[in-house]
Design a protein around this ligand. Structure first.
Ligand SMILES: O=C[C@H](O)COP(=O)(O)O
Length: 254
């Protein structure tokens, strides 16, 4: 069975002190969790503080973005190597906000995935359709295209270790969620697509759902066969709601 991964994406929220305070609270609440991998992706500024504050717990730390070069004249960027040097375990790549607001392309997403894996940093690759694409029945074409582009050139072993987050863009931060069955259906489509070329990796790769995951809907979402966790935005900002999401997932997997 794949170990579910519940990861908080704090986006551009929390300063260093707020990040540390939340970790202290969260650690106490999830101390007994065994069946769920737990992660927090703070801003770049708070990465090392979160890493240090998470010490002694099973909470892993992730960045929200990287650049693919190792170092150099790339103002404003941080590299996968820098994350690895600070023992940061994960990085999100290709979140829809980065694709939409910062114009990140599938080509760039692929270069970032390679850079992450080459440095031993695990990648959480985000894919998902817009509302227009959903209405035009282009969900499958869109997510499979993004998955192919992101994973191009990786070995089957590397693919097995990637995490994909299926985040329908219309469900992010809106309070709207894909129904649990619909999220499961699309994630099944993604897994079947990966299976065509990488049958072993398809069984191992974890595919999360993201988009308004909250304590009140997490049980329904996590009870679905294909869904291996969640990438949580808004509800990961409070220890109370984020721990509830983790603990409810733990109950399902126990
Ligand atoms: O990365 C997280 C997603 O964008 C979901 O955000 P949300 O839970 O606030 O809808």
């Amino acid at each position: 069975m794949r170990k579910p991964f519940i990861c908080g994406n704090w986006k551009m929220n929390k300063n260093v002190d707020q990040a540390k305070a939340m970790l202290t609270e969260l650690k106490a609440k999830v101390a007994e969790v065994e069946e769920v991998e737990m992660g927090i992706c703070p801003t770049a500024l708070a990465l090392t503080a979160v890493k240090e504050a998470a010490a002694g717990s099973d909470i892993v730390t992730g960045a929200q973005n990287i650049y693919w070069e190792e170092s150099g004249a790339y103002t404003g960027e941080i590299s996968a190597k820098m994350l690895a040097d600070s023992e940061i375990e994960y990085t999100i790549i290709g979140h829809s906000e980065r694709r939409e607001i910062f114009g990140e392309s599938d080509f760039e997403v692929n270069k970032k995935v390679h850079a992450a894996l080459e440095n031993g940093v695990k990648a959480i690759v985000c894919v998902g359709e817009t509302l227009e694409e959903r209405k035009a029945e282009k969900i499958e074409a869109k997510v499979n295209f993004q998955v192919d582009a992101a994973l191009a050139g990786l070995s089957e072993e590397e693919i097995a270790d990637v995490v994909i987050a299926y985040e329908p863009i219309w469900a992010i931060g809106t309070g709207e969620t894909a129904s649990a069955e619909e999220a499961n259906r699309v994630i099944g489509i993604i897994r079947d697509h990966i299976r065509e070329s990488y049958p072993e990796a398809a069984e191992k790769i974890r595919i999360q759902y993201g988009g308004s995951v909250k304590p009140h809907n997490v049980e329904e979402i996590m009870a679905q066969e294909e869904i291996d966790g969640a990438l949580v935005g808004g509800a990961s900002l409070k220890a109370e709601s984020f721990s509830e999401i983790i603990l409810k997932t733990e109950e399902i997997y126990k």
